[in-house]
Design a protein around this ligand. Sequence first.
Ligand code: GLU
Length: 303
Amino acid sequence: MNYSSILEQIQKDIQPYFGKGKVADYIPALANVNPKKFGMSIHTIKGNVFEIGDSKELFSIQSISKVFTLALAMTLEKDSIWKRVGREPSGSKFNSLVQLEHENGIPRNPFINAGAHVITDILTSHFENPKAEILNFVNKLAKSKVSFDEILAQSERETGNRNLAMGYFMKSFGNIHNQVRVVLDVYFNQCSIAMSCLNLSKSLLFLANDGVAPSTGERIISKRNSDRINALMLTCGMYDYVGEFAYSVGLPSKSGVGGGIIAIVPGEMAICVWSPELSDSGNSYIGTKALELFVNYTGKTIF
Ligand code: GLU
């Protein structure tokens, strides 16, 4: 199937939606992005690539990094991960602290901030240089050299008091094993990674292919773990909008406050869309619309 004309149609259809969302500015360096950007790309497991708009432009992947770090942690540990992080949607904001108090410092899932801190703590325990290992892992998947955006990481380090508060709070329950500042430094860097839509749809294609990167045949994770990550993306990947998103799109997806969304069509393709203006839920406004349109035009949902 040739998706080029569908992407062209989507690009036309989304034009009226510019200006309806708002670029994230709680991390000051994120606010500098041009709100009018829109890019979308598809990598199929058969090796076809389709793209439109600003699909080659680098943006801050933010919480999409949580998919990479979870996959990496799952190659290092098995059930021990799930003693420290849950697998339920939180029903709260991604940076909420309230549940942690009731639930003894065990975050609901690995895609809210607190859960991602625990995953990053696991990587920090395993690796001498976790930042380099995360970059190596992403580079291997992207087959190109991605890097941290140092200005963005610094901006988040300076303003990330809520993330630090979460880290210290979980440490008080014994659920962060390394020094909080060290773990959070890794976390802020992983969120700052700059990638394009094309980089992301290529890198995360293994999740559409039972854990194997189709271009090299290399197994990244087991089939079961690939299925599990997809399950977690479907139930926890779109902030406090997962139910709506499952209803209107129906694809395992992960969103970031940089305006990127990665969506997986198991057995077929990975799709990435980027547009920086966010809805109240924190998801790319236009990115969400674009994925809805894609599914309406193609019928490609998991249901
Ligand atoms: N670095 C962001 C934060 O911790 C990531 C948020 C996101 O993309 O969901 O607030």
